[in-house]
Design a protein around this ligand. Structure first.
Ligand SMILES: [Zn+2]
Length: 282
């Protein structure tokens, strides 16, 4: 599943090809994605792409009259191709530009989305409920500390909640908690409330580290993706997904890369949590 780093790498990869280009055609081959593709997207013809932003895992193409939101869901990929490139299976949506290029969305499982938000509509809607971007200054120790107060939910579930912070998916929650030395089952509030009173600086330090570590883990993944995925224009490629060097995720039963203990696995909210019983503490 594409996570925030893949979406950000995709944004960086497609931007030079479509920024300031004008839409000449909108092709919906199968509009039955996670939500139906709205007819409004047809109104994009003759409009210019003013900016390509990202919020959480949504790509946001800004136009004069509003914003086109693209989400890759479980299995989606976006490529920039010559507009004449033959259509393949699961190529559900094209945005064709006056430079003879097309942005093409392929999504076998169709959990992705193409949505239209008219001007000023987006801030009122579901995007407004999202927590801060993890790489922004809004995601700080002070913010996380305040947000975690009195929360009994496990820290891993807490971090994966989009209303706390966006874009910390399962892989990155696992990796960040390992690097911070925090067990995924630790109650979120225990890092701030009781422990803070008793241990003061230790608790603060861990939380402080945790926000920094989350930023580091995501930034490293974006950097790695940027170097391994130079080309978003391969018609038969699978851009947007990249293999990363991971410390714990997907390594249950293998040895900890730091202390050689056997990594353990539990399920939390149906998702795999892998941790080192030695390196990580509650
Ligand atoms: Zn270890």
């Amino acid at each position: 599943m594409p996570e925030l780093p893949e979406v950000e790498v995709c944004r960086l990869g497609i931007t030079p090809h479509i920024i300031n280009q004008t839409v000449t055609d909108v092709v919906v081959r199968n509009g039955k994605l996670r939500w139906p593709i709205p007819d409004d997207v047809k109104l994009l013809v003759s409009q210019q792409v003013l900016a390509i932003n990202r919020r959480s895992k949504y790509l946001m193409l800004r136009f004069d009259t509003g914003t086109l939101l693209l989400h890759l869901g479980m299995s989606g990929t976006i490529r920039i191709i010559d507009a004449e490139t033959p259509v393949a299976k699961h190529d559900h949506f094209d945005l064709v530009f006056n430079n003879q290029k097309a942005l093409r969305l392929n999504d076998p499982r169709r959990f992705g989305a193409v949505l239209w938000l008219a001007e000023h509509q987006d801030e009122q809607g579901f995007l407004a409920k999202l927590g801060p971007e993890p790489l922004s200054d809004d995601f700080s120790y002070g913010y996380l500390f305040a947000k975690a107060k009195k929360r009994t939910v496990p820290i891993k579930i807490f971090l994966m909640n989009n209303q706390v912070v966006v874009g910390v998916g399962n892989i990155y929650a696992n990796e960040a908690l390992f690097k911070a030395g925090i067990l995924p089952t630790t109650k979120a509030g225990s890092l701030s409330k009781k422990r803070f009173d008793q241990l003061g600086s230790l608790s603060k330090k861990r939380f402080d580290q945790l926000t920094d570590i989350i930023k580091e883990v995501l930034a490293a993944a974006i950097k790695q993706g940027g170097t391994t995925l130079k080309d978003f224009t391969q018609p038969d490629g699978r851009p947007g997904y990249f293999v990363q060097e991971l410390m714990v995720y997907g390594r249950a039963g293998e040895k900890c890369l730091v202390c050689k203990s056997e990594l353990e696995e539990i399920r939390q909210a149906g998702r795999s949590s892998v941790f080192c019983p030695q390196c990580q503490k509650a």
